[in-house]
Design a protein around this ligand. Sequence first.
Ligand code: AMP
Ligand code: ZN
Length: 475
Amino acid sequence: MTVLRLFNFLTRKKEVFRPLRRNVVGFYACGPTVYNYAHIGNLRTYIFEDVLRRTLEYAGYKVKHVMNITDVDDKIIKGANATGKNIHTFSEPYKKAFFEDIKKLNILPAWKYPEATKHIKEMAALILKLLKSKLAYKAEGSVYFDVSKFKNYGKLSGLKKRELKIGARVDADEYEKNAGEDFVLWKAKKTAEPNWPARFAGEARPLWGRPGWHIECSAMSMKYLGASFDIHAGGVDLLFPHHENEIAQSEGATNKKFVKYFLEGEHLLADGKRMAKSAGIFFTLRDLEKKGFSPLAFRYLALSAHYRSQLNFTLESLKAAGNSLERLWGFVRMLSGSQQVFSRLTLPRSSGGSDASQKLTDFRQQFSSAIFNDLNTSKALAVVWKIVNEYNKKPEKFNVGAVLSLLYDFDKVLGLGLREVVQVKPTKEILALSKEREKARKAGNFAVADEIRRKITAIGWQIKDTPSGPELIHA
Ligand code: AMP
Ligand code: ZN
């Protein structure tokens, strides 16, 4: 099998991926700060992380994918106060919108989505450890991390020891690299800010306050993935200070290596500058849908560039991506249609000469080499188009089923909805039968449920019971 190589920001090299445990990969991705709708720059990063997770699964690993939800930070508090809401009611619609967006983009659900406000205890425990080992100190009701005490501070982002501003402190969650200062772990209680009690050693009474942003990710990642895990990802703007500080907090508290591979995705640009709400030029997925674009057209556009290259977003390039995707969907529909005609009429079909099946084997190999080479999605898409072109030149040479299943196989990584595009929708009658069966099953009437299942199977459908309920699959 082709080996998987990933660019590791810790070493600034492409490395062969070797997981810490044999088959399970621990993967943490920094999730959304739910203070507004995600813009498509944020979504580009989530697509890159989804491709990474799918690639790991394609390579045969089981992935424990954790993505946090930052539901308390400076930006959220500012937004909540401006609208007169508490942080929960303020952020709830944005959280909901985030889940809708990722579903529309065919981003596979993570294993866990921990929320910061539900992990204050874990954060306080981590801060306590840092206080005990003298890597952190208290000042004016807050707790700070002393960057001069952590030997490897700056390694990830390339910040030099001499650039550190010893003794200076920074309270903001986000700041520039030239402020290599002691950063805040626990922020002293302020009026008009949510706060929690935390018991740190030596305090007669709890220290009321709220966590800094960076400690959130250290606490939540280690809670679900252990002190050491395989991959941590985010957008490249998180390299400093966020990921740098996460390493300092986690390794400082555990004395173990926090993460083996750091992967950082490049930005989506608008007018040559990083797309950001603060820059004023940004689109949400809803904006694109209102303009008539399919969300998957954006996914296709994101896949057309390497995740470590900047991508300048224009509506023209999105349109071109949408056209390519429509063409690909059309091709898959055509193949699927002709496959059904073959099977219905029992027409002889090409079994695919040895020449053609060798070609398909080569394509599979080319696809894997591209995707396993640090997720080269644009090259992987090029392989898809090679297949389309070869088939169109001499359709009679190919076995339609073999071509289709190869494309479906690639779509496990690409996530462009190739299977869904040919799926027949269940009729009302079939949906009603499925509901009836579910009712019977829940009531423990398994004989009735099985009987209905047989009926459903007889009319060409299959029921798959999933954790989120029964799924109907067209046989
Ligand atoms: P936030 O909700 O601001 O915490 O950001 C969520 C994710 O989006 C993080 O991984 C950021 O690094 C990433 N991100 C922010 N802006 C962009 C952009 N213009 N292009 C790509 N990713 C971005
Ligand atoms: Zn994070």
